[in-house]
Design a protein around this ligand. Structure first.
Ligand code: NOJ
Ligand code: NOJ
Length: 565
């Protein structure tokens, strides 16, 4: 039943969503008057809320949809091509606009939104938001890859500096905190890290393609590190992703579902380290996420435990009353459709102890294991999951007005559209969910075969990048039982923690020395300390700290220090 209504809705809503999306883009969009060429208006709503601004995130996601459509269509629409070039040009200009987050070199790229005439928005806001440059890079890289495939090297080269600015920002600052995509919590955020990882990985491949080997290496190293960090959001006890490291919430959040669908790479199968839609972790997470909305919205009452319901940003949300969002509910459907596509392509689906509760929704006695296509279990599960996915489309359909317009939210009590009308991102989310429904999968971006290294505790080991060698040497008279150690501002020196300081050898006493590897070409500070073996007491050398710049990759140096008395 629901399945046919999902199909009808997709037929009807698809063209309306495309029209609605284009209407919000300058200069010609009917709802975007005053917007510069290529500028996406988040929504034409000018009060309660006023969304007549251009967000870097919304714009990048919207243009990713346009670029993907343009690339995949056999008949190339010239006006879309112009619009994409307008977008690229406008973003290049926006990078140069000084704003409250900084300027082009001091952090201004992390500014979340601008006025639609390309001037800075000066009001107070949750800034910076570090997903913007990553998402913009992903969209522009996708376009540039297509240009290169079509021998338009010169145009690709003119766009590269814009992309490089964003990638360098991401490579240098990905591990700094910032506001989440909902602009509320300043901490680390799963969506942001996942987007940054993808941007760096795709950026590394493009850099290589353009003959920029040093940048290829730099971006891949930081991609390794972002991927490492991405693992840390997983909550093994409750089997979901804690979407923000701060904020004091459950961490159950559409953040993680959006991350999965926007970093979907069909060639990566059901890999969990990149949180692919069909991975055991992403499916378990999806169930926890959906279930968190069953009891809190009145319109979700009366549905069985395994039926689709309306979902919002996160269960604790109070913004505009805390309601279901179209783009969140579409995202659930999209993750499920993408999973179905991958299972079909690989001819099997796998159930692990982590994903078992997800699958048990559709067959209570199902067991862990590998189920090949055309087995009874596979057929039953996949047809139930498709109906479940269609159910989320049908829920949004039920609350879409006859004219097809998609606001930001609909009321949790009666389903009436609310908050910003004609939200451009809502339209984009409908378009991508509908493509996923039709089995049209995105292009690979480099997630295939990625691996992480773990230590004996199962923690991911970061990639320190190129290393160089240093011999530290200091002259120090000691008494029996005393040992000289070194500690300092880098991990190799224990990050100033005496418990992780490195011991020197007195083989040429009174000279103490140690040879070690540190990251190449970085500046750091350090001190020597004496530890008394018997009492455990520690004596620090006096200020100031020693400062040093390590040598370049593969080189070695010897530093002879004088103990600061
Ligand atoms: C406006 C932001 O756009 C929205 O995401 C947020 O929930 C509210 N401010 C409240 O902080
Ligand atoms: C509020 C949402 O929380 C945020 O993600 C979005 O960028 C803005 N609205 C604009 O649509």
């Amino acid at each position: 039943m629901l399945s046919s209504s999902a199909n009808d809705y997709i037929q009807r809503e698809g063209p309306l969503a495309r029209t609605g999306l284009l209407a919000n883009i300058g200069p010609k969009g009917s709802q975007a008057s005053g917007a510069e060429p290529g500028i996406v208006v988040a929504s034409p709503s000018t009060s309660n809320p006023n969304y007549l601004y251009s967000w870097t995130r919304d714009s990048a996601l919207v243009f990713k949809t346009i670029v993907d459509y343009y690339i995949s269509s056999s008949h190339k629409n010239v006006s879309l091509r112009i619009l994409i070039d307008d977008y690229a040009h406008a973003q290049t200009q926006l990078q140069e606009v000084d704003n409250p987050s900084g300027n082009i070199t001091t952090g201004g790229l992390g500014e979340p939104k601008f006025n639609i005439d390309l001037t800075a928005f000066e009001g107070s806001w949750g800034r910076p938001q570090r997903d913007g440059p990553a998402l913009r890079a992903i969209t522009l890289i996708t376009y540039v890859n297509w240009l290169l495939d079509n021998s338009n090297t010169s145009h690709a080269n003119t766009l590269w500096p814009t992309i490089q600015l964003d990638l360098d920002y991401v490579a240098n600052d990905w591990n700094k905190t910032g506001f989440d995509l909902w602009e509320e919590i300043s901490s680390s955020s799963f969506w942001t890290t996942a987007s940054q990882h993808r941007a760096l990985r795709q950026g590394a491949a493009l850099a290589k393609n353009l003959g920029k080997e040093d940048l290829n290496e730099k971006y891949n190293i930081q991609a390794d590190n972002a991927l490492c960090f991405l693992q840390s959001y997983w909550n093994p006890d409750a089997s979901y992703v804690t979407s923000n490291t701060g904020g004091g919430r459950s961490g159950i959040d559409a953040n993680s579902v959006l991350a999965s669908i926007h970093t979907f790479d069909p060639s990566a199968g059901c890999d969990a380290i990149t949180f692919q839609p069909c991975s055991d972790k992403a499916l378990s997470n999806l169930k926890v996420y959906v279930d968190s909305f069953r009891s809190i919205y009145a319109i979700n009452q009366g549905f069985a435990e395994n039926e689709a319901v309306a979902t919002g940003r996160y269960p604790e949300d109070v913004y505009m009353g805390g309601n279901p969002w179209y783009l969140a509910t579409f995202a659930v459907a999209e993750q499920l459709y993408e999973s179905l596509s991958v299972w079909e392509a690989q001819g099997s689906l796998q159930i692990t102890s982590i994903s078992l509760p997800f699958f048990q929704q559709f067959s209570s006695d199902v067991q862990t294991g590998d189920y090949k296509s055309n087995t009874e279990t596979y057929d039953k599960l996949t047809s139930e999951i498709r109906a479940f996915a269609d159910g989320f489309i049908a829920i949004n359909s039920r609350y879409t007005p006859d004219n097809g317009s998609l606001a930001e939210q609909y009321m949790k009590d009666d389903g009436k559209p609310t908050s910003a009308r004609d939200l451009t991102w809502s339209y984009a989310s409908a378009i991508t969910a509908f493509l996923a429904h039709d089995g049209i999968v995105a292009s690979p971006w480099g997630a295939q075969g990625l691996q992480i290294q773990t230590d004996s505790d199962g923690h991911c080991i970061a990639n320190p990048g190129p290393m160089s060698e240093i011999v530290f040497k200091v002259e120090k008279d000691t008494v029996y039982g005393e040992n000289v150690f070194i500690t300092g501002s880098i991990g190799q020196l224990g990050n100033w923690d005496p418990a992780h300081a490195v011991k020197l050898d007195p083989k040429s006493y009174p000279y103490w020395s140690v040879e070690m590897e540190v990251p190449a070409s970085i500046s750091f500070s350090y001190k020597y300390i004496i530890q008394d073996q018997n009492s455990g007491s520690i004596t620090w050398e006096n200020d100031p700290n020693h400062e040093l710049q390590s040598s370049s990759e593969g080189k070695s140096m010897v530093v002879t220090d004088t103990w600061h008395n």
